[in-house]
Design a protein around this ligand. Sequence first.
Ligand code: ATP
Ligand code: MG
Length: 414
Amino acid sequence: LHSLIVAHYGEIGTKGGNRSVFEGFLERALSASLVSLGGASVRKMDQRFFISVESDQVESAKARLARVFGIAWYAVAWTAPLEYGDILKVAERLVGGAQGTTFRVTTRRPNKSFPMTSQELNRRVGEDIIGSLGRKVDLSNPDVTLNIDVISDRAVLYTDRVKGLGGLPVGVSGRVLHLLSGGIDSPVAAWLMMKRGCSPVYLHFYVASGPEAVVQSKIVDIAKVLSRYGGRSDIILVPFAPYQLATTGIPEDFEPTVFRRFMRMVAEALARRLEIPAISTGDNLAQVASQTLSNIVCIDSGSLLPTLRPVLGYDKDEIIALARRLETFELSIREYKDCCSIVSRHPRTRMKVADVDECARRFDFEGLAEESISGASLVTYEPLHDSTGIRPLSVLLPETREGSPHEMRPVKNL
Ligand code: ATP
Ligand code: MG
């Protein structure tokens, strides 16, 4: 036995000539999120998606739809042929099966060739249901709203609309290189980038002895949660050790900002190589001393690619509420030895660009960035098989990304 769910997109319907591209991304996202249910199918028709699932999997399917960016709302639906009598039969069954005594009918009729107008259908179905079920109409505060959508080849009927995540399908805005830490803010920032259609490639600087140790850490657990929304997660792991060894004698109160400048430079070098047009971070203006406006200016100074900071304007409690909602919060507060806990915690709040530039020159940050990148590895979490693997960074390079099989070059030749 199969059940039907109808899913509607919101904003992407307004994108005019690009609509089919948006629909394509959304259709792939829907299929990917449902594939592990087996037996589920997705079909697009008249600017909505019809998802057919085994009836005992409706709840799991709904839980997955709740995590697909680009879906404005969805509802378990029934269909009827485009004949009044057939529509009424389904309508009576739905209203009859619902709790309460009052109802209203809301018809939409994109199919203008159906002989009754929306108003006529509302009225006639309403009257017939009053007659057969003895329910009352209440237009302003009904116990149940029966929706009837008259589309090209059928009528679609449903009562309970569930609000979706909204936003845009992941990938439709392209990729960003996202600086992921183990903290609370950067996973939320990644999620907000996905919400606007970006597909993040993560970059994490680690203190641990090697990438295998990071695979066991909360960093990959956080990426797994983010994969529920964005699909496969690629995490570029860059060792902190080269930086730590090379930079001695930096004044303690310079360290936090100088190190963040270095991370930003590594991100830029990688993004250019991978043809990723922008960087994103979990910076939040003035939340901590390293994130004052002057220090953010120092961190970005000299870089050419834009740095997007989607949580910049949120208060901490708003970020925490989002972190709980997307289910990264409990992971983020777990103990983890991050680079920023090694560099001094007491930054000067107003660093000067000239001072940060001077450190970057003195310690040859360009060269140090290359050295760090040559020690980098790529960890990939594939939600489809729930598997995590370490791959060479080269699989992300533009010339190997298209076409398969990937050329497996060692990381050092990058
Ligand atoms: P978060 O909760 O995201 O860690 P935070 O408030 O702790 O943020 P910082 O530790 O100053 O702030 O980090 C600011 C931003 O720098 C992070 O949001 C993240 O984008 C980036 N960042 C910090 N540490 C790392 C790291 N080890 N690897 C990659 N990016 C990092
Ligand atoms: Mg942090």
